[in-house]
Ligand binder design. Structure first.
Ligand code: SF4
Length: 397
């Protein structure tokens, strides 16, 4: 398959690994954060860390849209779904994220709420068209990749005069999250997350382009290499980052030239700007409140804003006390550091959000058996045979 098979070539991967090993200087370490869950998945699936020299460390970032959604937002969606006559539509993974008291949208559905899995925002609009007697809410989540289709859905609903459709908007922004990580205490003050550079997002960058990363590459002196989601993309990005660090450069480079330009997709960006505006603040799981890191629906499209229509407020809810998702999303810990990883918490029975989506660090580690110790502060023990110190009854949903 074009643009897939040639980016999974084992011989080329081994050649790249040799090149990285030759360029990585023995006297230093290279701590590289892959922001996106797609990269985390590729690294685990293809065993890329096994190919890298011991002084090149990959650190998982918060770029999994399901993982970063805080419990309070899912609680609000469940409250909506329980309203008589209302249909709540969302993506499959979102339905499985545990919220307060172990409830998820899937469990709410089992208890009678009308929650429907959709593949796209257009599916949700169609459900509203097909059921004019029902209020239909699309629970929209995701980074810049999924935001334009939500904008299209709202514009489409307006053009059709569809009064029974609205959107519960939870779209978040990548550059603000990266800047927040670099500003965080873990990175700046206590240094528990030594970060030398970033493997930049693939799909997100097809929309926003490479230009938005230029500010913090320069401001924080950290190189960024935008990379595709295939294994050779990631290996090549690592090589480019190692080379930049060796040469003392902190630039934005684009490995994913087959899909990403500096300017991005002008039409998609215009659509988003037409329908959405910045929120002053938004809570991320793991990162806490991050200023100007999410979008809300503009006043002009208020009839399609579920938060306004149903008076949805926000209540912050702490994660389950056994769950380390917050630390994993900040790059402070690895999935194997969690006491319930792979025992009580599995993809079939997720306790935290990182075990839900295939892009989540815990799910990727569990699925592909990647428990290798990573010698970064606070990381690395292999999974326990049993959830030491945490009775199963306490963590069962
Ligand atoms: S293994 Fe489960 S409980 Fe532990 S951090 Fe990952 S998602 Fe959270």
């Amino acid at each position: 398959m074009r643009f897939v098979d040639e980016f999974r070539d084992g011989a080329l991967a081994r050649g790249l690994a040799q090149a990285i090993a030759a360029e990585a200087r023995p006297g230093r370490t290279y701590n590289l954060m892959e922001f996106c869950g797609g990269h985390t998945h590729a690294i685990s699936r293809y065993g890329l860390t096994d190919l890298l020299p011991a002084n090149v460390h990959m650190i998982h970032g918060p770029g999994c849209p399901v993982c970063v959604l805080p419990i309070g937002r899912i609680d609000s969606a469940i409250e909506l779904a329980r309203r008589p006559g209302l249909v709540l539509c969302t993506y499959a993974d979102t339905m499985r994220v545990p919220a307060s008291q172990g409830i998820s949208l899937l469990k709410a559905k089992a208890r009678g709420a009308d929650v429907r899995m959709v593949y796209s925002s257009a599916d949700a609009v169609k459900i509203a068209v097909d059921h004019p007697d029902r209020d239909v809410v699309f629970f929209a989540i995701g980074f810049e990749t999924t935001t334009p289709p939500t904008a299209v859905a709202i514009r489409h609903a307006e053009a059709m005069g569809l009064a029974n459709f609205s959107v519960f908007c939870n779209h978040v922004l990548t550059p603000s999250a990266i800047a927040n990580i670099l500003e965080s205490r873990d990175v700046r003050e206590i240094g528990t997350v030594p970060l030398d550079g970033f493997v930049g997002p693939a799909h997100v960058s097809t929309v926003i382009g490479s230009q938005p990363y230029e500010y913090f590459a320069e401001e924080y002196r950290r190189p960024v290499v935008i990379a595709g989601f295939e294994p050779l993309d990631v290996m090549q990005a690592v090589r480019m980052l190692v080379r930049q660090l060796n040469e003392g450069r902190a630039e934005v480079e684009n490995e994913f030239t087959r899909a990403v330009t500096r300017e991005g997709n002008a039409k998609a960006k215009a659509l988003v700007a037409e329908v959405f505006e910045l929120r002053k603040s938004f809570e991320w799981r793991g990162l806490g409140e991050v200023p100007y890191s999410a979008l809300r629906i503009k006043e002009r499209y208020r009839p399609y804003d579920a938060e306004a229509r149903y008076g949805i407020g926000y209540r912050s809810v702490p994660d389950h006390r056994a769950c380390e998702c917050g630390a994993i999303l900040r790059g402070v810990k690895s999935p194997a550091d969690c006491k319930v990883f792979g025992t009580v918490c599995t993809p079939d029975n997720p306790i935290g959000s990182c075990m839900v989506s295939s892009e989540g660090a815990c799910a990727a580690h569990y699925t592909y058996g990647r428990f290798r110790s990573v010698p970064v502060v606070g990381r690395g023990a292999p999974p326990k045979a049993a959830p030491a110190g945490v009775p199963a009854a306490e963590v069962a949903p």
